[in-house]
Design a protein around this ligand. Structure first.
Ligand code: SF4
Length: 64
């Protein structure tokens, strides 16, 4: 599973980071990006889904 943040949609309120700091990093303004360019570790997949479901901007993309 891969996770990506669409920077054109991200509004920088850091919700994803609060849910899954193992997966996401935020800049000084709260805008997020994924730490992982390759597949996520299996044990982080559920957290990635939870963060995706809680992003109000639908900015987090998950692909298999
Ligand atoms: S929750 Fe969504 S909009 Fe908010 S910082 Fe994370 S990716 Fe960006």
């Amino acid at each position: 599973m891969k996770v990506n943040v669409d920077e054109t949609k991200c509004q920088g309120h850091s919700r994803c980071y609060i849910i899954a700091p193992e997966i996401f990093e935020v800049d000084d303004y709260g805008y997020s990006h994924s730490k992982f360019t390759d597949d996520l570790p299996k044990d982080l997949e559920e957290k990635a889904k939870l963060a995706c479901e809680n992003c109000p901007e639908f900015a987090i993309e998950i692909s298999e």
